[in-house]
Design a protein around this ligand. Structure first.
Ligand code: IMP
Length: 215
């Protein structure tokens, strides 16, 4: 397996919520981590219809622009009653005409569509968060790590923590939404643990096992 030379790579994300979560997940490992946001690199257009495709587009763009290995995350929320939507379009559902993102409006849209389907009981509101991490090298070689977490969508939103759709997602086995959990609780994982909770932590755990020497 090709090494990550000089313990240095770039995070291919402009999303502050994701970058903060990655900073926390990566903190124990002693890597130098830059982000495309701080380097002022543009966001490539995400034209894929699968999480893996968009993760590759982002990581490949960052790796070729910097000459460093790049780690991206493409993620989203998939609601069963909506045929898996918004899925890869999760961020797009929050995009406003002026280009800004409003996740309150996006959560209201999901709720309106669920009500139109008559999905009011928790078992009719099943959903999962998916995260696909892509580690891509400047020559285009890439590897993928996928994590998922199952739960249901609540209304009204609860909690001020986290980001995106966290306030409406209650993972199975918990009484609180991701928006009511600290980052530590939401990830449920640190090196040495066998259990991870969030989709991103589950994907990151696989990456850490393959790449960072974690068992
Ligand atoms: P993308 O991967 O940049 O296309 O954006 C994925 C979108 O999914 C984000 O903008 C969030 O709205 C949502 N999302 C992904 N992961 C999470 C999470 O951990 N909590 C809440 N929302 C998330």
């Amino acid at each position: 397996m090709r090494p990550i030379e000089n313990r240095k790579f770039v995070l291919a994300s402009h999303n502050k919520g994701k970058l903060a979560e990655f900073a926390g997940l990566l903190a124990p490992f002693g890597y130098e981590v830059l982000s495309v946001a701080e380097l002022g690199l543009p966001e490539p257009e995400e034209t894929g219809t699968e999480f893996e495709q968009n993760a590759y587009i982002k990581a490949h763009a960052a790796a070729t622009a910097t000459g460093l290995p790049a780690l991206s995350d493409d993620s989203g929320m998939c609601a069963d009653a909506l045929g898996g939507a918004p899925g890869v379009y999760t961020a797009d559902w929050a995009t406003q005409p002026d280009g800004s993102r409003d996740f309150g409006i996006a959560m209201e849209k999901v709720e309106r569509l669920l009500r139109e389907k008559g999905a009011l009981a928790p078992q009719q509101r099943r959903a999962r968060f998916v995260a696909v991490l892509c580690l891509c090298f400047p020559d285009g070689k890439a590897e993928f790590y996928r994590g998922e977490v199952e739960g249901h969508l609540v209304w009204p939103p609860r909690g001020e923590l986290g980001f995106g759709y966290d306030p409406v997602f209650q993972p199975d086995g918990y009484e609180r939404t991701f928006g009511e959990m600290t980052a530590e609780e939401k990830h449920g994982w640190k090196p040495g643990d066998t259990h991870a909770l969030s989709h991103r932590a589950r994907a990151f755990q696989k990456f850490a096992q393959a790449r960072l020497g974690v068992r």
